[in-house]
Design a binder for this molecule. Structure first.
Ligand SMILES: Nc1ncnc2c1ncn2[C@@H]1O[C@H](COP(=O)(O)OP(=O)(O)OP(=O)(O)O)[C@@H](O)[C@H]1O
Ligand SMILES: [Mg+2]
Length: 239
């Protein structure tokens, strides 16, 4: 299979801080790939660059064989890149269904099409009973589910999930993993940031590890967790 996404020497500077430093890797179409690393490693920054929410300072981004460096969020969404935000962006006063229809408008100009897409997503991610509930009334776990649904509403070909499982109960996390698997079986490529290795290990085909803005390792999860640089990045600091 070919790469749906190629990150090629991407850097992102915030003043004196290099949040991403010359990062390169590919994401194979159809894969579930993990993006891990300690707090502040640069994971969310890289997501923002891929989804068009931020321009890289250097490097190129290729999506579906096209150079899309510096594209805008609506262009990314229309091209099939869906993303969640670590700080969720649901509209509290809108219902679950309204939130999803709003997201679906990025792909569908006609109101009826957007609403139909919202209904599909509600079924797909198991939000049925809460469709008419105001988003603000949802528990933290269901809000995370809605945030994931919002990204799915654009009918992504590439889905970027930023810690959608953190803060969930074990039962909620299990269900969410099942949803990610089902979406992937439907052909959606997934790139996910997650801290819990017990979740990453069985779910991801490959993992890229960032630390202090740099890629320090990439490979199958079982190999990555044995890599000395990765162990140092995670444990060295606390030791
Ligand atoms: N808009 C910004 N302006 C300045 N610095 C920023 C900005 N956004 C992120 N940073 C810094 O860039 C670095 C990488 O942040 P980022 O949020 O990408 O890390 P992360 O790997 O997602 O961390 P976490 O696991 O805590 O979510 C951090 O040092 C952060 O403080
Ligand atoms: Mg982050």
């Amino acid at each position: 299979m070919s790469d749906i996404l190629r990150v090629d020497g991407i850097s992102c500077r915030f003043g004196g801080l290099l949040a991403n430093n010359d990062i390169s890797f590919g994401v194979e179409e159809g894969a579930i790939m993990g993006l891990i690393g300690p707090n502040g490693a640069g994971k969310s920054t890289l997501f923002s660059i891929i989804a068009g929410d931020r321009r890289p300072t250097a490097g190129r981004l290729h999506y579906a064989g096209r150079d899309v460096t510096g594209w805008r969020p609506h262009q990314a969404a229309r091209a099939g890149v869906g993303r969640t935000f670590q700080l969720m962006r649901v509209f509290g006063s809108m219902t679950v269904a309204e939130n999803l229809a709003t997201a679906a408008y990025l792909r569908h100009r006609r109101r009826r099409d957007a609403q139909r897409r919202a209904e599909e997503v509600i079924a797909e991610v198991g939000l049925g009973e809460l469709a008419d509930a105001p988003a603000a009334s949802l528990t933290a776990g269901w809000k995370k589910r809605l945030e994931m649904a919002r990204a799915v509403a654009v009918e992504p070909r590439l889905l970027l999930l930023d810690e959608v499982l953190s803060g969930l109960t074990p039962a909620e996390a299990n269900e969410a993993v099942g949803i990610v698997r089902r979406l992937n079986e439907r052909g959606i490529t997934v790139l996910m940031v997650e801290h819990v290795m017990e979740i990453i290990m069985p779910l991801c085909d490959r993992v890229v590890v960032l630390d202090h803005g740099e890629k320090i390792c990439a490979g199958p999860p079982a190999e990555v967790v044995r890599d000395p640089a990765v162990i140092e990045a995670y444990l060295g600091r606390e030791a």
